[in-house]
Design a protein around this ligand. Structure first.
Ligand SMILES: *[C@@H]1O[C@H](CO)[C@@H](O)[C@H](O)[C@H]1NC(C)=O
Ligand SMILES: *[C@@H]1O[C@H](CO)[C@@H](O)[C@H](O)[C@H]1NC(C)=O
Ligand SMILES: *[C@@H]1O[C@H](CO)[C@@H](O)[C@H](O)[C@H]1NC(C)=O
Ligand SMILES: *[C@@H]1O[C@H](CO)[C@@H](O)[C@H](O)[C@H]1NC(C)=O
Length: 385
């Protein structure tokens, strides 16, 4: 552009000279000047043609500025790379989201003070009837947790701006129990949570879950654990190994086949295994269909294959199967008694960081909306919040 402009500037001068000196100069001189001007014009034309041919038109035509100007200036510091997304309603497709969520820093030591957060991921159908319990639980612990909600796409969660759930809904899609769409929803939650690099542990919860301890106790228990809490059980019966399909080999063989409840807690490393998986996913999508309930097998099996030593092989979500049937018991208003609470807290033993512990469950399900009131009443004494 600069080269092209220079002959133009020079070409102007003779014109100025012609006008001012017209009356005094001889016609001969005028002709000389005109000649010089012509030579300049021809030179300029040749230079222009040469430049268009060799550098392309875009080098001669002035570059127009982009019409979009961001209102907020992009920070140029590290802040830009470690800040959590402020708006969860991005427009990425699942494919784009999983790819973005698989980014991982290769230098293990953070060049800033990183406070690990726990991502509480709510997989729900519609509203969160027990929200007042969670509001009380989270109060005063800002900066140590983040919340994500995946609901039916048609459901618009409406929380006031004072709520911890305000604007925490992620772009969601229809998911059905026992089908791959359920695992897709869980991967979507993990992927969205991984976009905030401060999230270190990831807990999957439902609208019928409650916490059994105050935030500090749960935060400490989870962040100090060397293992992640996911049920991964080698069941030799028809509902365990009986659901294995030999077409899954060699990626998945029967000795690695595991079963567990979907309500997991994963650390960042395991969460990344889940979002980046392209090896096991197609096998499960094709060969684990009802009566193989993929949400009970996919994560426990693929994580056992990839990182068995990081798994506690137990869930931290208490649930009651004693009533029998295909679904666990749901507890309502009249169920919240002292005996019931004792059942939740007493008589358990498990391993925590290789030590025997009686504290095995941090969350419990399933609670009906009618249980909200009595639960709020017993919470200060029994749950510590
Ligand atoms: C949480 O509960 C523990 C054990 O019950 C208690 O020691 C601690 O003070 C409680 N923390 C808060 C912030 O209430
Ligand atoms: C199953 O896979 C594991 C590890 O990938 C391997 O050690 C084991 O020998 C395999 N078993 C069979 C029966 O192929
Ligand atoms: C969980 O099970 C795997 C085998 O599936 C085992 O390697 C691992 O040590 C177990 N975890 C704990 C905490 O015992
Ligand atoms: C826990 O126990 C297992 C086997 O008993 C052992 O391999 C592992 O190193 C132990 N982990 C810690 C952190 O002590």
């Amino acid at each position: 552009m600069q080269l092209g402009a220079m002959p133009m500037e020079e070409g102007k001068d003779p014109t100025v000279v012609i006008r001012t000196n017209q009356s005094r100069v001889l016609p001969q001189r005028l002709l000389q000047l005109l000649g010089a001007f012509l030579v300049l014009c021809v030179t300029f034309s040749i230079v222009s043609i040469y430049m268009i041919r060799y550098f392309g038109v875009h080098n001669v035509v002035p570059v127009s500025l982009p019409s979009f100007q961001p209102c907020v200036e992009e920070p140029t510091s590290l802040e830009k790379w470690i800040r959590a997304p402020s708006n969860l309603l991005h427009t990425m497709t699942d494919k784009e989201l999983l790819w973005r969520a698989s980014f991982v820093p290769r230098i293990k030591k953070y060049p800033f003070t990183r406070v690990p957060k726990i991502a509480f991921m709510f997989l729900t159908k519609g509203p969160l009837p027990l929200a007042p319990i969670w509001e009380r639980f989270f109060k005063g612990h800002e900066g140590l947790y983040s919340i994500y909600i995946h609901s039916l796409p048609s459901f618009q969660v409406d929380f006031p701006s004072s709520s911890v759930f305000y604007r925490r809904q992620i772009p969601s899609q229809l998911s059905e129990w026992g089908k791959m769409s359920m695992c897709d929803a869980e991967r979507r939650l993990l992927a969205n949570a991984l976009l905030d690099i401060s999230n270190e542990r990831f807990i999957l919860l439902s609208e019928s879950c409650i916490p059994l301890y105050n935030f500090s106790v749960i935060y400490h228990y989870i962040t100090k654990s060397k293992h992640s809490f996911i049920g991964a059980f080698d069941d030799h019966g028809p509902h365990g190994r009986g659901r294995y399909n030999e077409n899954m080999a060699p990626e998945v063989n029967i000795t690695m086949w595991r079963k567990g409840s979907q309500w997991f807690e994963l650390n960042q490393k395991l969460a990344r295994y889940v979002v980046e998986d392209t090896v096991f996913y197609p096998k499960f999508a094709e060969f684990c269909r009802p009566a193989c309930y993929v949400d009970e097998h996919y994560f426990p099996t693929m994580l056992t294959i990839q990182a068995a030593n990081l798994l506690a092989n137990r869930s931290i979500t208490w649930v009651d199967w004693s009533r029998g049937g295909p679904h666990p018991a749901t507890f309502g208003k009249s169920d919240i008694t002292e005996e019931f609470l004792k059942r939740i807290f007493e008589g358990h033993t498990c391993l925590y960081n290789n030590q025997t512990s009686s504290m095995c469950f941090l969350f419990a399900r399933k609670f009906a909306p009618s249980a909200l009131e009595p639960l709020l009443l017993v919470a200060p004494n029994y749950f510590g919040y």
